[in-house]
Design a protein around this ligand. Structure first.
Ligand SMILES: O=P([O-])(O)O[C@H]1O[C@H](COP(=O)(O)O)[C@@H](O)[C@H](O)[C@H]1O
Ligand SMILES: [Mg+2]
Length: 608
């Protein structure tokens, strides 16, 4: 589209779009001569990112709207018909969350599939994301769609796509589907009125929800084995989880949790949080104050589409410890390994998966316990597909995780699941309570068994009291301008203009010893091909390893562009024999990353 005159793009939009609101948006921008905004909206087409299509709900090819949903569904349907056997009758599973437009887009997607003769398994009512992969597997469907923007701001919405293996799509399907979308741009139907009445549209939502909950209950010990002395507060962050979680608690035999009333019901306006992302600082404030009022022991939280999970524990001094994504990953891995060991099961045929930007603690556990650990690219689609690959090699894969508070349990859902994680966490907390312990103590126990890993910073201040050998510090910079992002990464790839490629050679007094650029497929330590062991990824992603020989300090620093939000994310892990030095080093690395590498001030980046 790069050479097409803007007027042609405007005319094409007005020719195809039948939604009066979005038509008017483009018309008004054209009438007022807002070329800049029209360029932003119409010059490029929205692409599959970390979790499908995701963007602002407004008119334009680069945004989320009716036309984009129809075109994406038509292209996906044609691609599935061409690549999946018996796709017509196996059908597509379609679910949606509670966001503005979500139900309408689920129906538009359903209409597109029905129009091409493909059966639709419509999950009716508001559902949670993990129900889609569960249903695909249960029904043997050909693919699945979930309309959600997960944790993004209220103005956004999205379109997650699952393949027949019930995992979100990766290459080559993402590129293949994109091509098919480009060949199916002419909308064939806008009619959603007949979808539900169609004989090819089935509704077994209640059975599927029951099966989904049974599956989760199957992950925990039978009723009656836990004490009930603990009080839990749960927040759904205005998302979809409460209905499902309350049922799961009851089926598991747990006493009901105390919901954060103001955030309990699905609300597309997300009125009490500016970002409904449980990873954001402050997102748990209301839950924590509710927990204080009720003298609760733990706070539990799911993200709005209920595929992610976070928790906090009240410490004896009254301070709340919010577990990081890596800490929860380590805790769940420990819980599963301990459980398998208590049953006398051999661990040699067990495998676990984590993304390459997650802590390496599970690798340390795997070495000591003798199970297999495999890392993969960022994004749960890679974790799910890696788990299936390992299963095909004969391993059982009871757990996988990513630092972005995503956890996968058992083999029936190869995706992260906030309800399953909440139930497993609650089971563990109750079990530990029976032995006079707590989840935080259990984490410390795991540190001393397997090594000392800890996320320990609040801003730049170390807050952990745990003795640390290896520490991580993750964060991000907000950047809304793609051109600035390109400029920043191009500069990093050409740091010394005389050398090609030439990445930075030092940071915070450490010497860079290895650069792996997964955006271009380059590993400085793998001559002569310089091919990295992980595949290349769309967007930017560069991993640096650095060391200070004299003080025996090491860091791994990964910088990447988010595929769901306008952010440059960084993931930093450091180790050395002197934990005090590591504690001082990490903020110094973050500071230099911001000021010198990313030139945050000059580029108008906002640190998160
Ligand atoms: O939004 P969710 O809960 O589906 O989560 C999605 O986005 C997260 C953030 O991705 P990024 O770092 O590219 O922004 C990913 O970690 C996750 O795998 C993906 O499923
Ligand atoms: Mg989510």
């Amino acid at each position: 589209m790069s050479t097409i005159p803007l007027k042609v793009l405007v005319d094409e939009w007005l020719r195809l779009d039948r939604n009066e609101v979005t038509r008017q948006e483009i018309q008004a921008l054209y009438t007022s001569g807002d070329v800049k905004e029209l360029e932003r909206r119409l010059r490029t087409r929205i692409e599959f990112g970390t979790a499908g299509l995701r963007g602002k709900m407004e008119a334009g090819w680069s945004r989320m709207n009716d036309l984009i949903v129809i075109q994406a569904s038509q292209g996906l349907c044609a691609y599935v018909l061409a690549h999946v056997s018996q796709a017509e009758d196996r059908g597509v599973v379609i679910g949606h969350d509670h966001r503005h437009n979500s139900e309408r887009w689920a129906l538009l997607a359903a209409a597109a599939f029905l129009n091409q003769g493909v059966k639709v398994h419509l999950l009716q009512g508001i559902v949670l994301t993990p129900l889609v992969p569960f249903s695909i597997k249960k029904l043997g469907a050909a693919c699945g769609i979930m309309i959600t923007a997960s944790h993004n701001p209220k103005y956004d919405n999205g379109y997650k796509v699952y393949w027949e293996n019930a995992v979100q799509i990766i290459g080559p399907h993402d590129k293949g589907i994109t091509k098919f979308i480009e060949h199916n741009l002419e909308p064939l139907t806008w009619n959603t009125d007949t979808v539900i009445m169609s004989p090819r549209c089935t509704n077994s939502t209640q059975d599927l929800v029951n099966g989904y909950l049974d599956n989760i209950i199957g992950l925990v010990a039978p009723k009656g084995l836990t004490t009930q002395n603990l009080t839990f507060v749960n927040t759904s962050l205005h998302g979809v989880s409460d209905d499902f979680l309350s049922q799961a608690f009851s089926l598991a035999g747990y006493l009901p949790y105390i919901p954060v009333k103001e955030q309990q019901q699905p609300d597309p306006e997300f009125p009490t949080v500016s970002f409904p992302n449980p990873e954001e600082q402050g997102a748990l404030d209301l839950a924590i104050s509710t927990a204080d009022i009720h003298q609760a022991h733990y706070v539990l939280a799911q993200d709005p589409d209920s595929d992610r999970f976070v928790a906090a524990q009240k410490e004896p001094d009254g301070h709340w410890h919010i577990f990081t994504g890596d800490q929860l990953g380590i805790i769940f891995a420990g819980q599963i390994i301990d459980n398998l060991k208590s049953k006398g099961e051999a661990l040699t045929s067990v495998a676990m998966v984590a993304s390459t930007v997650s802590s390496k603690m599970i690798a340390a556990m795997a070495r000591l316990e003798g199970f297999r650990f495999e890392e993969c690219l960022t994004g749960f689609k890679y974790i799910g597909n890696t788990a299936i690959k390992l299963e095909n090699e004969g391993f059982s894969v009871p757990f996988g995780y990513e630092e972005a508070i995503g956890y996968m349990f058992g083999s029936n859902i190869r995706d992260k699941d906030g309800i399953a994680a909440t139930i497993k966490f609650t089971e563990l907390a109750n079990l530990l309570e029976a032995g006079g312990s707590s989840v935080l103590s259990y984490l410390n126990d795991l540190y001393s068994r397997y090594g000392y890993f800890q996320v320990s910073f609040f801003g730049s201040l170390p807050i952990s009291l745990i003795f640390i050998l290896l520490q991580t510090s993750n964060g991000y910079f907000i950047c809304n301008d793609q051109k600035i992002i390109t400029k920043i990464f191009t500069r990093l790839q050409n740091f010394c203009p005389d050398l090609m490629p030439s990445y930075p050679s030092r940071i915070a007094g450490l010497e860079i010893t290895q650069v792996v650029d997964l955006g271009v497929g380059y590993d400085s330590l793998n001559p002569p091909t310089f091919q990295p062991s992980l595949p290349t990824t769309s967007g930017y992603m560069i991993q640096f390893k650095a060391k200070n020989k004299s003080q025996d300090l090491h860091i791994t620093l990964t910088i990447r562009t988010s595929g769901t939000e306008p952010k440059i994310k960084y993931y930093l892990e450091g180790d050395g024999p002197n934990s005090g030095l590591v504690s001082c080093l990490l903020p110094a690395v973050v500071a230099e990353l911001g000021s010198k590498w990313l030139e945050a001030e000059e580029n108008g980046l906002i640190a998160g």
